[in-house]
Design a protein around this ligand. Sequence first.
Ligand code: PEP
Ligand code: MN
Length: 339
Amino acid sequence: MIIVMKAGADSQDKEAVLKRIMELGYTPHVISGTTRDVIGAVGDERGKLVLQSLESLHGVESVVPILQPYKLASKEVKPTRDIVKISENVEIGGDKVIVMAGPCSVESEEQIIETAVAVKAAGAHILRGGAFKPRTSPYSFQGLEEEGLKLLAKAREITGLPVVTEVINIETADLVADYSDILQIGARNSQNFALLKKVGQLRKPVLLKRGMAMTIQELLMSAEYILAEGNQSVILCERGIRTFETATRNTLDLSAVPVLQSKTHLPVVVDPSHGTGNHHYVAPMSCAAVACGADGLIIEVHPDPEHATSDGPQSLKPSTFAKMMEQLKKIAEVSGRTV
Ligand code: PEP
Ligand code: MN
């Protein structure tokens, strides 16, 4: 249920509403607006009609049901789009298209520093790099783990770029959070509900990727797990889904961008690297993502893709990435945005 407070309601009114919601066995989530607050009361759907009684409390304008199964992620609760703050001068969800770039895996100090410096020079805003890698084969490179996190932190120190890196399990989530600015939940873990709850309890922005066989509604339900734990900084990522098509690694569902933006206030970014699996298709699909309104991109860049330990075929060389950034600026300008 959504409890809409009156424009003139004071903090005492709000406190009384929060107290009553909890007495009824629901969890309140306050969404502060410029003129009024809205309180989402979430919990067991079956008994929710008891919340209707809140209408009689002082300062309450109305109590309305949230129709979507995802509640806190829904535009019904918050019609305006979120701006997720990442660092002092980087935020995702505003007019600026945010570009995250870097290697699939952190491989060595030289590799990550060289890439970080190059993507920064080309105009990237955030450095990506996997330290814990969820690989399809147990015999593939599994990542440098904590050593990789330390190298990412070093690259951040040198370049000033905030860092996004993947969390693959609950056991190492706190460790990853100590080093990174954004916690990435990968496609393979996007319905690992215990892990989603864990990152919901950490106070770091979360980049939630769409699973390979996940509907848009399921993606929003996964986001709901994070939001329901009290972490309101969630960024969604379209990274391609499995279809019958084999010409690309996945089928990049760009229609997910406007669809998600019509259903949720959460920012939406696009990953054309995993979405296509081929470096030739990354720039065109990045341009298309910006054109259809994506809030950002996450791109794999490697100084020597032929020798990358993972995802070399879809990684751009720094020089190609720099050219693509110039193209993106022009595309963004058409819709009154910047990169
Ligand atoms: C990655 O970003 O390197 C990754 C493993 O992505 P995904 O979870 O989308 O496959
Ligand atoms: Mn990868």
